[in-house]
Design a protein. Sequence first.
Length: 403
Amino acid sequence: GDGIVDVIEAGYTNPSLLGWVTGPYGADGWSDVIDAQASLNNQNTDGRGNANYLDIDSDDDGIPDQIEGQPTANPLPAGYSMALGTDADNDGLDTRYDNRPLLYGGSGIIPVNTDGDGLPDYIDLDTDADGQLDIVEGNDFNMNGMADEDLALTLLDSDGDGLDNKFDSSSSIKGTSYNLSTGGYTAGDASPGARCPVSRKAPGHTDRAWRFSSAVLPVQFLQFTGVPQNNSTVHLTWLIITEKEIAHFEIERSTNNTTYSKVGEVTKRVELNMNQGFSYTDDISTVGSEVIYYRLKVVGKLGEIKYSNILVVRKSTNNQPVTIMPNPARDFTSIRFTSENNENTTVRLLDNAGRLVLTQTTKLSKGINTIQLNNLSKFGSGIYTLQFLLNNQLLTEKIILTQ
């Protein structure tokens, strides 16, 4: 009921705008394209619960697919539209999203891809590619414009609709917000299905925060590392290249990867269009947590900002980073890392279109672990994404397959 036709959420295209796979069909009623496959391998982007076509929040960012699938900035007819709750032709598509409201089949919502990276927004964890995850930008519950919410997933879904209990506000399968209504206005659903306020950071911004990137600095982070020294300080270094003037860097720290606080600032002349390194030493002598999270906030001279990826630093000096060897790989690769607990983890492999092509669940032991992925030669050449949960953190790594 999210308005996106199942054929798209299963990983296929919908060029006919009818909601089913195009091409010849056999006498058995199956599309030849589908019939030729060993299995359907329906996409399950978040790796848990139902596949995307039965999941109203496919990427677990708390923003339902019905919202992320549509534009949210422009007025009608191009902007966001709430469902009508009617289906005259009984094809499962709400009349609002059915281009053939009296005939079986239809286009449904044509998924938006804000940053043009090949992943439509409803399965993209950072829709506007500003370095700040959608789960943070779309769920500012106290509306203070700061990333100070507890956004840790409960991993529970009591009503089975795919929306984590953290963000679910009803037992109905409804992906709506109280702060978003038809036309993009802020007087939304009085009884919404999701808690997400999908707010704007400032009144002058032309779109919701998780989609607004016009004030993002064109900064490329080439490197961001942190080395603990005697468990009393962390020496942070980063390497960037930028084409616009930068005012300063703010160093932000967290012990739960949810609430970040500014702990330092670096003000230094930044040369344009050339690699340049910076550093900062953070005093962690009073930090009780063994695991510390860092991110950089880069502030431009005109007020633009960009966040770095999250850096994880552990006080224990015997812990090793994640290593993937060989990489590039052909038939197999091994992932080596340190786990803080005895737990299970599921490794997911996604292709460059965001399709889930492999899952492998492994039991981890406290200490150093190695997971081997085999039979990779059946996948085509290209850049793939590895994801798995480790020490309560979702890790994402890139791997290149060459066949």
